[in-house]
Design a protein around this ligand. Structure first.
Ligand SMILES: [Zn+2]
Length: 285
């Protein structure tokens, strides 16, 4: 798809599995298991679908998936599946190399969003996968990620430290919008200072709500992850942004939905109403 001067592509970076109960919070299992079927360990399969924007002289990658440096134990707990897609495999299909990326925008630094930005060298050291890219993180989020005891299981030093040491970390203040034709919404319900990009030409928009609305099932206002640190903020952020998405007919990309990559929102208030669900982006908005 092209919009607002960008070629927009979805980049599948692999699959993980997370506990279904944690993914759906207070929603009873008989309801959520009809939407995404759990495995025998109660986990549901999740995509890690990133966004690639090429235009305005830049190649911007939004999020990076979990990456391939997890230990066997980590990969077992989270069901890491890199057999069907990887970040660099999807890049190859799009004829993009890691060195082509000018900017990486992290919506936030949970391991399933930030892990793919770093890899181990043969000597076992950590390095950033993208040698030429500026690495963009919300300023309040960066502080929170370094300090938060509440989310320490999601913020891994192996993912954060190389970004800080790279000399290429760029912090985004609230209200900053460093990329042409990309509006940034900053939300605080899932984690502090999550940055959500919306590519827009002023009339049409493609919105990437990351973990504010991780799957199509989470369009329902009260379908909120138990991981969220401020669920009532998530509720009001979803109501505000999905209501606007419905009114302005935004295309919405679901980063974690295992089936539906893209949809429009019909009726945010009543939740489940999505239509035009697709496994890929349409060629035109
Ligand atoms: Zn997250």
């Amino acid at each position: 798809m092209t919009l607002a001067g960008y070629q927009i592509d979805l980049v599948e970076t692999g699959r993980i599995r997370l506990d279904g109960g944690a993914m759906f919070g207070i929603v009873p299992r008989p309801l959520w298991e009809r939407r995404i079927e759990p495995d025998e360990r109660g986990r549901i399969p999740l995509a890690m679908r990133c966004l690639l924007l090429r235009g305005h002289g830049r190649t911007i990658l939004v999020d990076t998936g979990v990456g391939d440096k997890g230990t066997d134990k980590f990969n077992d707990i989270y069901g890491v599946d890199l057999d069907h897609s990887t970040l660099l495999g999807s890049f190859t299909a799009l004829e993009v190399g890691p060195g082509d990326v000018t900017d990486v925008l992290f919506t936030h630094l949970h391991f399933d969003h930030a892990g793919g930005a770093t890899q181990r060298t043969q000597a076992g050291d950590l390095e950033v996968v993208f040698p030429n890219a500026d690495l963009w993180v919300g300023e309040r989020h960066w502080q929170w990620a370094k300090e938060s005891p509440r989310e320490s299981a999601s913020f891994l030093a192996e993912n954060l430290d190389p970004l800080g040491a790279s000399g290429r970390l760029r912090l985004i203040g609230d209200g900053d919008e460093p990329f042409p034709n990309v509006a940034l919404e900053v939300v605080d319900g899932h984690t502090i200072g999550q940055v959500l990009p919306r590519v827009t030409d002023g009339e049409r928009s493609v919105f990437f709500p990351a973990d504010l609305v991780p799957t199509a099932a989470h369009v329902s206002p009260l379908w909120i992850m138990a991981y969220d640190i401020r669920p009532l903020d998530t509720l009001s952020e979803k109501e505000r942004l999905l209501d606007r998405a419905a009114r302005e007919n935004w295309g919405v990309v679901f980063e974690h939905d295992p089936v539906t990559a893209w949809s429009r929102i019909v009726d945010a208030e009543r939740g489940v109403a999505t239509f035009d669900e697709r496994p890929d982006l349409p060629t035109e908005m």
